[in-house]
Design a protein. Sequence first.
Length: 337
Amino acid sequence: MFLSFNSNKMFFYFILIFSTLVSISANSWLGCWIGLEINLLSFIPLISNSKNLLSSEAALKYFLTQSIASINFLFIILIKMILLKNFSMNNLISMMINSSLLMKMGSTPFHFWFPNIIEGLSWLNCIILMTWQKISPMILLSYYLNNYFLMFIMMLNTIIGTLGGFNQTSLRKLMSFSSINNLGWMLAALMISENLWMFYLFLYSFMISIMCFMFNMMNIFFINQLFTINMNFQIKISFMINFLSLGGLPPFLGFFSKWIIINFLINNNMIIMTFIFIFTSLIMLFIYMRIIYSSVIFNFMKLKWLKFYIKNKYLSLLNIFSMISLLGLIFSTFFFL
């Protein structure tokens, strides 16, 4: 099952959601820090509970990196609260606070922990780490933005997310680099407006959740498993539609939020940034296309013992999701007319 409802897990899921709400509704930086700490301590049992061999290693790595980021964050906010009442060093302090929050969400240049930890997680934990765990650091980031610093980080995110996606055999690592790439777009959306950021995060969460749901359903973790597995035509089409939507190809839902961001960047004469965003997005699309081409279009030898059966309710759910991805741009255009 994708979700196993035992009481221990449900308790930690509840604390995970609750801690994010604490962090984003706190009145002071110290309250934000407490929320982030509770969030960290609730996610670790969820990581180490999975059946993956690398899960305990992933839990330890996650704890260490998040602790370092939290110590930095606490140290800087204490300096800000105690020492800097009389004289101003706002630029440096904002860069340091931004850096510690970027490290928490797995952004470049502090991204090295992110793919390694995702490699040791189950698909559900991957969804949580790539979507929910980004909410509180990004909202805290919006309180104290350093625009020029973040512009550089955005471009770095899209470039490194794309370069890291090359030559990846693990689908979890590929999804993690895709998440780093999309983080660049999310930061751009955050700079424009919080409503646009929420819209982008919602669409991205929807698309990445469908992909992880499909991989979990087929029990797939590596690209070479896609070549030999005996998929029926319906699943192949769903797989292709959702991958192209995640890449941001125009008729699909994933393009819509990127379209708004590109429009804003061009209107504000950020031509170089727009070019980098579009170019890296195209390369990411090429990486997805390569996987789709080799796994969906080629008809490999059918191995009878690799046939798998999916319950009808999952298949109908998958069809609904694929239809939303396919017709999403049309629906959203009607919505804005």
